[in-house]
Design a protein around this ligand. Structure first.
Ligand SMILES: [Fe+2]
Ligand SMILES: [Fe+2]
Length: 179
């Protein structure tokens, strides 16, 4: 049994009345919000780039299995957009400003857009699988880095990571169909 749980409720009550303009960010926030905001904006950029790649691919896809693959790309596109929006909402909660500047999105994203060169399903599936594997690695690192300092951001990133792993699995299955 670790040390007994002791809560200084008087201090917590006093702290809660200070810096009220920071909303949900309280004195117990385990660190500096700035690096978290910076990382969340990288997540926003990454998700928007992934959304753009998937939605482009869903429309441009050609080939015998087009319908099945395009439907999967469209579904992933919608989920990537939701990831980006959830990260942006979290930035707002933490007192930051989400950055959707299209001029810098590609540079700030962890993944590449890589759409115009490819129209065949096999290349699209492979490029999207690479992108999913990149975000799986980078989000795992972000989750480890967050540790216990910000449980809500960590849980958000864990939720997103779970869906990225599903995406990677879907693409792997489809690549199996492609041979
Ligand atoms: Fe995503
Ligand atoms: Fe994904």
């Amino acid at each position: 049994m670790p040390n007994q749980f002791a809560l200084d409720v008087t201090k917590i009550r006093d702290d809660a009345r200070r810096r009220m303009q920071e909303g949900p960010v309280t004195a117990t926030y385990g660190g500096d919000t700035n690096p978290v905001l910076d990382i969340l904006n990288q997540v926003v950029a990454t998700e928007i780039v992934c959304y753009l790649r998937y939605i482009q691919n869903s429309i441009a896809a050609a080939g015998i299995d087009r319908a099945q693959v395009a439907a999967e790309f469209k579904e992933h596109a919608a989920e990537e957009l939701q990831h980006g929006l959830r990260a942006a909402e979290r930035i707002n909660q933490l007192g930051g400003v989400p950055d959707f500047d299209p001029g810098t999105l590609a540079r700030r994203a962890h993944t590449e857009y890589s759409a115009p060169a490819a129209t065949d399903l096999d290349t699209m599936l492979r490029e999207n699988l690479v992108a999913e594997r990149i975000v799986i690695s980078s989000y795992q690192e972000i989750i480890r880095w967050l540790g216990d300092s910000d449980p809500t951001t960590r849980r958000l990133m864990e939720d997103i990571l779970e869906e990225e792993e599903e995406h990677a699995n879907d693409l792997t299955d489809l690549l199996g169909v492609q041979g």
